[in-house]
Design a protein around this ligand. Structure first.
Ligand code: ZN
Ligand code: ZN
Length: 337
């Protein structure tokens, strides 16, 4: 009888046989990191393992001196007899599903994963397993994403219209992943593109990994200069209440996030225009991913775990929610996805 090779502990998801943690939030010896978002990549481990394309992001965010080993997608490393292999998760650059195999028993943890087209990272790849631990951030049937090309067009149209009215366009989005995905899709012929420092730092990692991004100008505090009229400015959500309020020019604000599907979220934060763009799987994306693994056991983690789990049980799966985060923990950054 097979069982999950990964179990929840106060430090995060743990593999008792292999003696390693995945995306830990407490002090541990060895951590495998699914991707660079701050609710997954914390400075709590003596040794790190991640995908090669995560290296720049992790060193930028956790420090140049961390002890980090990397793998390519499909490459394996054996830890105390557990064979660990990374597969693309389609969420952002270097994002990985973590496949653990021990004596023919296979458990896959997705980390955050996205199933719509994303030209800034490798596409999500379904992996056969016995136990599947998917994130379920948007695990409700109401979450259904449009093709990203439609959203990119909306963003470029909004920017062009603002420019024609003499307005700058301030687009709030998460500085890692979402910002680069949008940059890659912007039409640079419209006007200059300005990025907040936190976006600029991550752009360096993307460009180093060979991802094509248009030319960007540094420093969003440039706004208001005559040459920047009509520019688009990409900045993280945290900047909404920051120095931006002193921006001297006229501007319109937008927000790109899966949460923009909800009216109440659009009304929050004084946003003129919401763009529904997520780097996570929607309801159908989640169900397809589950089906393609062929897993018997599915333990959703993050977000609407109970709802997804209840539905999967109705479909005949052995399923229950798996909590890898604990009350009081700050789930800041990924809330803006
Ligand atoms: Zn993430
Ligand atoms: Zn996350």
């Amino acid at each position: 009888m097979s069982r999950s090779l990964l179990i929840p502990t106060p430090q995060g998801l743990y593999c008792p046989v292999g003696d390693f943690h995945i995306d830990p939030h407490g002090q541990v010896d060895r951590a495998i990191i699914s991707h660079g978002h701050s609710d997954h990549a914390r400075k709590v481990a003596k040794k790190y393992l991640a995908h090669k394309d995560s290296a720049g992001i992790l060193r930028t965010r956790l420090g140049r001196g961390i002890s980090l080993s990397t793998l390519e997608y499909g490459e394996s490393l054996t830890l105390n007899g557990v064979r660990v292999t990374l597969f693309p998760a389609g969420h952002l650059l270097g994002s990985s599903q973590i496949r653990c195999e021990y004596r023919g028993n296979i458990t896959v943890f997705t980390g955050d994963f996205g199933t719509t087209k994303n030209d800034t990272c490798e596409p999500f790849q379904p992996v056969k397993c016995d136990t599947f631990i998917p994130e379920s951030t948007f695990g409700l049937p109401l979450y259904k994403w449009e093709a990203p090309e439609i959203v990119y067009q909306e963003i470029n149209d909004w920017w062009r219209k603002n420019r024609d009215k003499g307005l700058a366009s301030v687009l709030y989005c998460y500085s890692l992943g979402k910002a680069q995905r949008i940059l890659n899709a912007l039409d640079p012929s419209i006007a200059p593109i300005i990025v907040h420092e936190s976006v600029g730092q991550m752009n360096v990692c993307y460009r180093d990994a060979g991802i094509k991004l248009p030319q960007t100008l540094k420093g969003w505090d440039r706004g208001g200069k005559p040459s920047d009229a009509g520019a688009i400015i990409l900045a993280p959500q945290s900047a909404i209440s920051g120095d931006w309020r002193t921006f001297p020019g006229k501007y319109s604000t937008g927000f790109a996030s899966g949460w923009m599907l909800l009216k109440k979220m659009r009304k929050m934060g004084d946003i003129d225009k919401g763009f529904v763009l997520s780097d996570h799987a929607d309801w159908n994306g989640l169900l397809n991913a589950v089906k393609e693994t062929g897993a018997e056991r599915v333990y959703p983690t993050h977000g609407f775990t109970k709802q997804l789990s209840r539905y999967l049980k109705e479909l005949g799966y052995d399923s229950s929610p798996l909590e890898t985060t604990f009350s009081g923990e700050k789930m800041d950054e990924d809330k803006s996805v």
